[in-house]
Design a protein around this ligand. Structure first.
Ligand code: UD1
Length: 422
């Protein structure tokens, strides 16, 4: 298994290109199942999660062709001959559940394996299922699979989510585009990835209003057609690379970045003493001399501070002046990076969903273990600022969500290399 060797060596300077969003691409890809005509995505990120979704769609009979070094995905679902999403693929990636709504909406039946638990919490899919039931789906849970049927097609209905869920909003939104009548999604997620999905579905002929607000209204249509759509910028990759100069010092421009994608995060950087400026090229991030100031962070659905940037922000706050409190409100078990950061000399106390970080002068390099995607990149960021060498093991998590990390950070002066495993 590969590992990443990072040697802390001071300020970073340069430009980092930000890819299309993994999480947007993972919901745009299943949208191909809604139409018999081709759907082409441009600005796709080159990641192992995208390969997993490609394999899943292909297992259902969809054609997926990767072009231009993986940045263009040409898909066609004119010949879906299998309606079962198998456990072997679904267990690798929770986003696989997103094929359920589209298959059910177009063909009236689908069987999808339950994703099971994952490292950052229980993460059930009950709200995906309740939303589809509100549109008339008949569901049966058997042997770890959801057997879904909608014999006369799905029907519009009102879905009120008890709390914000990104995935269930996406599944319901896709399904509702082909349901008979009007569907209203209340307390819907407002993430930029939802807005991107709605824009793509509209290009395919869907009638949607209100995306980006907490109430989305969908007027079902008989069929959707083909479209070409660019994947929105990855706000989590953006925030991650903005933290690199924040941690190491220097000045880095994240190409294609916009403050509107990360308002709450930029406010916290400002409070910590990091300057962020939006230019025509992207977001220019600079850290002046002196230590970063401690800030308190609470994760929330968009437009709040994203849970997917909590681990990386913690890496920054480990060497801040003062004490920071990080509260994780989205997932119940998302501080697995804390013990690894402690091994690097950080002073962190985790109590339930709350982590208290007392800033230390400097972290020290150590061998550490990546436990999930965002945790793994937080350890790389910490390693960039630490004294000596840090080896981040189990980087397959990293490859799920970050393309060419070594190249992107290396181009700004970071000492980082991949060590090939057996
Ligand atoms: C998506 C993102 C993930 C991000 C998360 C929150 C993708 C592929 N993944 O995950 O990177 O961290 O949003 O911004 O887009 N829940 C239930 N029942 C459900 C669905 C969710 O209880 O049926 C709970 C989850 O366990 C979690 C919370 O709701 O505690 C929010 O989860 P959700 O927004 O659905 O996250 P995902 O869509 O899985």
């Amino acid at each position: 298994m590969d590992s990443i060797l990072v040697t802390g060596n001071g300020p970073l300077t340069g430009d980092i290109p930000i890819a299309g969003a993994k999480n947007a691409c993972l919901t745009l890809m299943p949208a191909t199942l809604l139409s018999e005509e081709p759907l082409t995505l441009t600005n796709a990120p080159r990641l192992s999660d995208i390969k997993t979704m490609t394999a899943l769609l292909q297992s259902l009979g969809a054609e997926v062709t990767s072009m231009q070094d993986g940045q263009v995905l040409a898909m066609s679902s004119h010949n879906i001959d299998n309606h079962t999403a198998d456990y072997d693929i679904v267990r690798k990636m929770r986003a696989s559940i997103l094929v359920l709504g589209p298959m059910l909406a177009r063909d009236g039946h689908a069987i999808v394996s339950l994703p099971g638990g994952c490292a950052i919490g229980a993460r059930p899919v009950d709200l995906h299922l309740k939303a589809l039931e509100a549109m008339g789906a008949e569901l049966d849970l058997k042997d770890g699979y959801v057997h879904a049927k909608a014999p006369g097609g799905l029907k519009g209905g009102t879905v009120e989510f008890p709390f914000v869920t990104v995935g269930a909003t996406e599944n319901a939104l896709m399904a509702a585009t082909l349901a008979k009548g009007t569907t209203v999604l209340k307390n819907a997620a407002r993430e930029p990835e939802i807005v991107d999905l709605a824009e793509c579905l509209r290009k395919m002929g869907a009638q949607i209003e209100g995306e980006g607000s907490s109430e989305i209204t969908i007027q079902g249509v008989d069929r959707l057609h083909g479209a070409t759509h660019p994947v929105v910028t990855d706000r989590i990759e953006l925030g991650t690379y903005m933290l690199a100069p924040a941690i190491c010092g220097g000045e880095v421009t994240c190409l294609g970045g916009k403050i509107s994608l990360l308002g709450a995060f930029c406010e916290k950087l400002d409070a910590a003493g990091i300057s962020v400026e939006e230019t025509a090229k992207g977001l220019k991030v600079a850290r002046q001399n002196g230590r970063v100031r401690a800030v308190d962070v609470t994760t929330e659905p968009f437009p709040g501070f994203p849970t997917d940037l909590q681990a990386q922000m913690m890496a920054l706050l480990c060497t801040a002046e003062g004490t920071s409190v990080l509260e994780e409100k989205i997932f119940e078990n998302r501080f697995m990076h804390a013990p690894e950061l402690i091994r690097m000399g950080a002073d962190i106390d985790v109590q339930g969903g709350m982590a208290t970080v007392k800033g230390v002068d400097r972290l020290k390099g150590a061998p550490v273990m990546a436990t999930d995607l965002r945790a793994s990149v937080s350890l790389i960021l910490a390693g960039l600022a630490a004294e000596g060498e840090t080896v981040v093991n189990r980087v397959y998590h990293l490859d799920r969500g970050y393309e060419r990390v070594e190249e992107k950070l290396g181009a700004c002066g970071a000492k980082i290399e991949r060590i090939k495993g057996q």
